[in-house]
Design a protein around this ligand. Sequence first.
Ligand SMILES: Cc1ncc(COP(=O)(O)O)c(C=O)c1O
Length: 273
Amino acid sequence: MKVWVNGQILPDPSAPALAVNDHGVTVGDGVFEAIKVVDGQPFALTRHLDRLARSAAGLGLPPVDDALVRSGVAASLEGEDLPLGRIRITYTGGPAPMGSGRGDEPPTIVVAAGVMAPFPETTAIVTVPWLRNERGALAGLKTTSYAENVVALAYAEERGASEAVFANLAGNLCEGTGSNVFYVVDGELRTPTLECGCLAGVTRALLLDWFGGVEVDEPIEVAEQADEVFLVSTTRDVQGVTRWNDRELPAPGPVTAEAAAAWRKHEPELLGV
Ligand SMILES: Cc1ncc(COP(=O)(O)O)c(C=O)c1O
């Protein structure tokens, strides 16, 4: 892994590099992005930086210095051999008092690049008993306050699944801990709207452009009974679902296979862009 913090490459990427009172560490006051790297090139970097800026604005953090972050991305990739990798950008409130109030120090920016193991073509998922709050202050923001996802993913893993799926307060399908959900009912490919409180996934938006699908909010039970289900995300691309709770599904089903093929066809268009 190669790590860049506030303008400098760390000589030792695993050495301590943040202040213990960094507001990202003490209260999760920060935002982040995970970006796929293919053959050394970041995928859809501009879209990820746009979302980083939106997440930062949503938290009320100072505007992100786009050029500085891009220089961090370039520095963290330089000289690395990454046929398949991942960049993580983290942007926090910086050093601050040990409470919820912010300090007046500049934000912290971390860029880390390392290898990524490919995800399997299919997987199992589980609905969790906790709900996404589509009316909360953090709805739709990619913040470092992700402990709820940690708890949910552990719940899913204990049940032999690799992703946990949330309904929202309205009882509608929302998203996974790190993925958006697509499903097929009566031959129609569907995914929740952004009003459901899910993250506006880069993969979700691109797949809607490149392959299509209808955005609709409906009870999670409808999706749980779908003919086909797949997850989309930076790390999973298009991943078929073989089991949702106790229900077995054909995976990858025909629509999933077509969506995955469309993804593979178009992905090169956004390498280095
Ligand atoms: C909560 C959540 N939903 C959806 C996604 C998928 O977004 P993307 O396609 O941009 O990776 C992520 C990404 O990790 C996420 O954290």
